[in-house]
Design a protein around this ligand. Structure first.
Ligand code: SF4
Length: 346
């Protein structure tokens, strides 16, 4: 893995001079950093050089892999297909419970930006060669390597591939407008329904994430939402109800994945979440009107599969990331004909 040399970097988009410069205002994400010359933004990968903002991670991949699309997790988007996963270092959040801190927090924790050169064209080529139907910008936060992700996405569309963001949702409207038409699915991490949780454990605010979920849905992007439940932090029934009601207010068709926390990063002393807590959250989601509810990190649990919201028939059977029976026909339950929301064939 190569260290990014100081002279590397590509002129960034989505920024402007702040009060005539040389300080700049980055509006790629909802932090809206004001960055003085020589400094970097909160994400650690955007640098002001003499009044011009540069991204340090363009075409600089820290991790690539071929995954089942179910691993993102996306359960209602091209099930059973493979997706080419791509990440750079860096993140605009500082989650104390990050499961990928080694690469996401590297620029801040270790002052390092590393990666292997991989152009958008090469990434698309690798995706096609490995039989993938899509590219997923994932593992870290795609917003902070946006210019790279966008150029990959545009090249991918030309080759008939779809694009997926696995994201914390802290993007601006300007960024979403820019990717409109080239993004097909997103799994958005809605970490809590409490602004205090976001401020203290994540280093961000709640509202921009809610706004992004609504905006992505309005753009026609297929959206699924994941919440990692952490005992005593974000799992009170009242908070879960508010969160589920918010999702239902956007659309009852949004699948909600409720995952078990396992000790990680700065929360190694916090115990894993009980399966009973996950089941309570699934019940609350159902009561709020959501049609598709899934437990995450609960291997073998019945909630891994998709049931028709009308007749209860299991229409997509899953075992971990493996898809078994698929009884969705032209977007409908093969037994009763009810529409099953999603993008089943593209
Ligand atoms: S992308 Fe980085 S530099 Fe830009 S506003 Fe977000 S954290 Fe700040």
């Amino acid at each position: 893995m190569q260290e990014v040399r100081p002279e590397r970097g590509v002129r960034a988009d989505l920024w402007t001079e702040w009060r005539g410069g040389p300080t700049v205002h980055c509006f790629l994400c909802a932090h809206h950093c004001r960055i003085a010359p020589g400094d970097r933004g909160l994400c650690g990968v955007r640098e002001n050089r003499d009044g011009t903002l540069f991204t340090l991670v363009y075409a600089c991949a820290v991790s690539t892999a071929v995954d089942p699309v179910e691993k993102k997790p996306l359960y209602h988007f091209m099930p059973g297909t493979r997706t080419y996963s791509l990440a750079t270092v860096g993140c605009n959040f500082t989650c104390a419970f990050c499961q990928n801190a080694e690469i996401s927090q590297m620029p801040r924790d270790r002052g390092r930006v590393v990666g292997t050169p991989l152009s958008p064209g090469e990434a698309v080529e690798e995706a096609l060669e490995s039989g993938c139907g899509s590219i997923s910008f994932t593992y870290t936060e795609p917003t902070i390597f946006y210019e790279y992700a966008r150029d990959c996405a545009r090249a991918a569309v030309k080759q008939g591939l779809k694009n997926i963001f696995v994201t914390n949702g802290y993007m601006t409207r300007e960024m979403l407008n820019d990717i409109d038409g080239d993004l097909h699915a997103a799994n958005v991490d809605l970490k809590s329904y409490s602004d205090v949780f976001y401020r203290t454990l994540v280093g961000a605010r709640l509202k921009p994430v809610l706004d992004s979920i609504r905006r992505l849905w309005e753009m026609g992007v297929w959206v699924e939402v994941t919440t990692l439940l952490i005992s005593g932090k974000n799992d009170s029934p009242g908070e879960l109800r508010s969160l589920a009601e918010f999702l239902a207010s956007v659309s009852a068709d949004i699948p909600w994945h409720v995952s078990r926390f396992h000790p990680a990063y700065r929360m190694l002393d916090t115990p894993p979440t009980a399966v009973a807590t996950i089941e309570t959250a699934l019940r609350i989601g159902r009561e709020a009107g959501l049609k598709y509810l899934y437990g995450g990190n609960v291997a073998g649990h019945a909630s891994e599969s998709t049931a028709c919201p009308s007749c209860g028939t299991v229409v997509v059977e899953r075992n971990g990331f493996r898809v078994g029976k698929n009884a969705v026909r032209n977007g409908r339950c093969a037994v009763c004909g009810t529409e099953i929301a999603g993008r089943w064939s593209l």
